[in-house]
Write a protein that binds this ligand. Structure first.
Ligand SMILES: [Cu+2]
Length: 140
């Protein structure tokens, strides 16, 4: 290894370390609770996927802003996606829903409002029907 190769390797290692320090540190606002703490959920919301249908709890989902909500998504047939969207269509979060697993994600909504749910994984010809407007109400 000549000097230029060694210097390039040092640059790469430096960039690797810097990116990891930044992304794993509390500099990223949501990392504080997401990575280093394992918050106990204030509320657990089951979400069931089967035959191109998304089943939320009866009466819809109502949560409070800033509480930790754990969504537990299960699929009885194929792989789906569980995506939560703001009314303007921007995504809040999403995760894959694999059959045979309890797919869990804990989220803290910081903005009260109404959110839509749609499948974010192409699951078959009826995938575009997998949309529930105003599925989650977040109260102040
Ligand atoms: Cu789908």
């Amino acid at each position: 290894m000549d000097r230029r190769e060694r210097n390039w390797l040092l640059v790469l290692v430096g960039v690797f370390l810097l990116v990891n320090v930044i992304t794993l540190s509390p500099l990223v606002p949501w990392q504080k609770w997401l990575l280093w703490s394992r918050p106990t959920p204030d509320r657990i919301v089951p979400v069931e996927f089967e035959n191109y249908q998304i089943r939320l709890p009866q009466g819809g989902v109502e949560v409070k802003a800033n509480e930790f909500v754990q969504f537990v998504a299960t699929s009885k047939d194929v792989t789906y996606g569980f995506g939560v969207f703001r009314p303007d269509g921007t995504m809040v979060f999403q995760m894959q829903v694999l059959p045979g697993y309890q797919n869990k994600i804990t989220w803290r909504f910081d903005t009260p409002g109404v959110y839509d749910v749609r499948s974010t994984e192409y699951s078959g010809p009826r995938h575009p029907e997998m949309y529930i407007p105003n599925a989650i109400r977040v109260l102040p």
